[in-house]
Design a protein around this ligand. Sequence first.
Ligand code: HEM
Length: 128
Amino acid sequence: KRDMTPYEAIGGEHMISDLVEAFYKRVGNHPDLAPIFPDDLTETARKQKQFLTQYLGGPSDYTNEHGHPMLRARHLPFEITPARAKAWLSCMSDAMDEVGLNGMLRTQIFHRLTLTAQHMVNTPDEEG
Ligand code: HEM
């Protein structure tokens, strides 16, 4: 029998949905992040649920609807600075706290998200 995927281990669709809602609530209120996101985050959250589902080993929901993620390319229209990557990760960490995603799995998932966030950076922080 195969091992559980991280998607299954954290609680599947239900946990992903709660996590993503808690995350975008923070993104929408963050002074460095809100300006580059749409006012209505419904569609953004829907895509992120699809993406995280497959990122964590669940069904390929994102690719089935949108094709290859090409995440870095999809972020090129936005100025992703190191400060914004830090802010993104801080919103995610707080969201994980809110939904009670704890333990070794949280640490592993957060570590992976940290690498992915760093990979999205395409603009230096402003000087001064
Ligand atoms: C889309 C910002 C990191 C996954 C977006 C959008 C922005 C953004 C502005 C467009 C939202 C929209 O128009 O609906 C950022 C910033 C990041 C970051 C500032 C900081 C590093 C990440 C990471 C992931 C991710 C680490 C994955 C784990 C996505 C996905 C979309 C998206 C799946 C939707 C792409 C699509 O349009 O199909 N992000 N992002 N982002 N982001 Fe990020």
